[in-house]
Design a protein around this ligand. Structure first.
Ligand SMILES: Cc1ncc(C[n+]2csc(CCOP(=O)(O)OP(=O)(O)O)c2C)c(N)n1
Length: 297
């Protein structure tokens, strides 16, 4: 599955933006001395694809009624969303460095009353798909053709409310609703084993995600959540689903892009030291250089 009509040059621009998004995440969390890293890095490529290619939006009109709606159900990854929105022009880049401060519009979890462009306040896991169902139903009742997209984490999807919403969505054949499952296999801690807490030693609770969503009446698509072209292709396919809601199961790596954070649950949420920031930024610079070499000019 690849995106149609997306040239190599555009893909390269999007990958470049994803690198920049990761830089901003690291710098903002370093500045705030608190916040989440693993989850934001996991969903960065998808947020860039959504905000720069997929969503029907206009940053100059954040309350435009015909806009696609986006809900980040895994609201603890807010800094990745704020960074993508800043790069897209919803807010000044410098404002990212007020993250988590008292009176900032950019709280640890998204506050729709503070920042225009946020369609839902989230942060308590499990609660993002339900308002997404409401938005999709609302669009149908109002005869509007916008689409609602909800990004769900795998830990987020362990909450029962996600599955109540999933049942309602298929009950009403909501084909204007797309869920995106950021399936990185890790949550806040590792899985307990006899040997102690390790990252991947035990089967994750959300195993067989395809079968689970299908059982709830959803059409399932799967892709690599870090392959921007493949993800955009999946979004295009999701738009073509008729008669039932669709979910894109995006296979991702928690902490993606920073070698010492990848697959390490300890980086779920933790301040980053000056030295760690320097190493992370150097890695991103190297990725940028490789990108520039891979597709010249
Ligand atoms: C109801 C609720 N319980 C606990 C938390 C604390 N918490 C924040 S993130 C998280 C783990 C989320 O895991 P996942 O959805 O897989 O996110 P990701 O791995 O993408 O960061 C937990 C337990 C919360 N925000 N809400």
């Amino acid at each position: 599955m690849t995106a149609t009509d997306l040239g190599e040059a555009r893909l390269r621009e999007l990958r470049q933006l994803a690198i920049e998004n990761r830089r901003l995440i690291l710098r903002a969390i370093h500045r705030a001395k608190a916040g989440h890293l693993g989850g934001p890095l996991s969903c960065t490529d998808m947020l860039i694809a959504l905000y720069f290619e997929v969503l029907r939006i206009d940053p100059t009109r954040p309350r435009w009624e015909e806009r696609d709606r986006f809900v980040l159900s895994k609201g603890h990854s807010s800094i990745a969303l704020y960074a993508a929105m800043a790069l897209r022009g919803y807010l000044p880049i410098d404002e990212l460095f007020t993250f988590d401060a008292i009176d900032s519009r950019l709280q640890g979890h998204p506050d729709m009353t503070a920042l225009p462009g946020l369609d839902m306040s989230t942060g308590s896991l499990g609660q993002g798909l339900s308002p997404g169902v409401g938005m999709a139903l609302g669009a149908r009742f109002l005869g509007k053709d916008f689409r609602t997209w909800v990004m769900v984490g795998d830990g987020d999807a362990q909450e029962g409310q996600i599955w109540e919403a999933a049942m309602v969505a298929s009950r009403y054949d909501l084909d204007n609703l797309t869920a995106i499952l950021d399936l990185n296999g890790l949550q806040q801690v590792g899985w307990p084993t006899e040997a102690g807490y390790t990252a991947r030693a035990r089967r994750p609770p959300l195993d067989q995600p395809r079968e689970r969503w299908e059982a709830f009446g959803w059409q399932v698509l799967e892709c690599d959540g870090h392959e921007i072209g493949a993800f955009i292709g999946a979004c295009e396919e999701a738009r073509r689903i008729r008669g039932r809601p669709g979910v894109i199961i995006a296979h991702t790596v928690k902490g993606k892009g920073i070698s010492f954070m990848e697959g390490e649950h300890v980086w779920h949420a933790k301040p980053i030291t000056d030295e760690e920031l320097a190493i992370g930024l150097a890695e991103l610079d190297a990725q940028e250089a490789t990108l520039a070499e891979a597709v010249p000019g």
